[in-house]
Design a protein around this ligand. Sequence first.
Ligand SMILES: Nc1ncnc2c1ncn2[C@@H]1O[C@H](COP(=O)(O)OP(=O)(O)OP(=O)(O)O)[C@@H](O)[C@H]1O
Length: 466
Amino acid sequence: MNDQHKVKRILIADDEPLYLRTTGQLLRQAGYECVCVPDGNAAMERLRRESFDLILSDLNMPGNLKLELLQQGRMQWPDIPLIVITGVPSLPTAIESVRLGIADYLLKPVKYEDLLASVRRVLAQPVVETPPAPRSESSHEDLSAKFPEIIGRSEPMQEVLEIVDRVAQTDTNVLITGESGTGKEVIAQAIHNHSRRGAHNFQIIDCTAIPESLFESVLFGHAKGAFTGAVKDQEGLLSRSDRGTAFFDELGELPMASQAKLLRAVQEQAFTPVGKNELRRVNTRYISATNRDLLEEVNAGRFRQDLFYRLGVLHLDLPPLRERGEDVMLLAERFLRDFQEGERRITGFSDEVVACFLRYEWPGNIRELRNVLERAVALTRTETVQLTDLPKQVRETAGNAFRSVSVLAEISREEALDNADHTYLTVLLEKHGGNVSQAARQAGLSRQGMHKLLSRHGLDAATFRK
Ligand SMILES: Nc1ncnc2c1ncn2[C@@H]1O[C@H](COP(=O)(O)OP(=O)(O)OP(=O)(O)O)[C@@H](O)[C@H]1O
């Protein structure tokens, strides 16, 4: 019989008898052959004797309390995909599961449709013949050489790179969080490039740029005549991420109604274009980014919990630049090189600039550093970048006392509030890429009022333009 049409065999391991029985029954009804066992040891026993196409395993059950089934299963049978189902999600186990190359990570109670969609998706994918990542940690040199596009030798960035390296070998959905300008998009792109999907499309979907009323049409596409203005069939953004990666930027900004539509597409790996009858299937990996605290949004009822768990199977939090120590100067040197095409006339930084860069808080993170360097390269008339080549807010804030609580006690309330205002305006301009109108709207000020305030603080909006 053609291997494709052979009935697929699933090994289900779970210590909850009722759950085990019903899962087995439901998957049998869906046409699969299922073997149900109550613990990790029994699962290993069956794996030694019989062949399976898929393992469905609980995390917290006898014989797998320290993830033994996952570890040995992946080592000895690397070509059998494994779906983990857990009632107690935790970041360490999620990371370990990802390291071991699990195919999916579901949370109990799992809805039958979700489980079936996951099983179908995993079984439809060709087996990835990559053995689980070796236990030994990659050295800093290895990781930096592997990801030359990501500059970062500091401890927190090396930890990020280790997770990026591991997660790239899986199909797990990843949620990247971090302040604005910390490199979320750069990291998402690196995960995609180093994954088996790297040869296909990395489709960026900016959630702030899609009006709620057009969400389905933009994402799923539409048929000619589906609505006024639909003059021809139009493919949606999700179709373009087929076999590749869909990157949802600013996920936290997605309105509730759009969240529900996205959830269905993610769960089912399928959607219906507006005005069409046929279901379009895709094989997409989802990476999302936000600078909001999404869990807080979930608790406040502004973000769907089910979508949060579905897209954030693995959560990667990027450290702000001020916590990356030596990376500031590595990045500064890289940008200094990049902004001088051809012959280099500027070779480095004065000692004061180095001290200033290391002291400054970088509220706009790497993007702000990049802008500062672009400006400095244009302005500098000497061989090294001087303090006077830096924007006023960098020179001044670096020297000001705001970062230290002990010094806060030494200054007047007015001065402290002024400092806080300065930091707020800097972050605001960073966020809006130097667009004064947008910044003013968010701050609840008139455009004129904002201009006045910026000039009082010596801030130049132009230096924040991307
Ligand atoms: N580790 C890195 N090495 C080199 N350049 C980087 C790194 N991280 C970020 N950058 C650069 O910094 C800038 C901002 O990065 P990116 O757009 O990925 O940030 P972000 O966190 O997605 O920002 P936002 O939250 O505003 O969308 C880009 O120009 C990017 O190329």
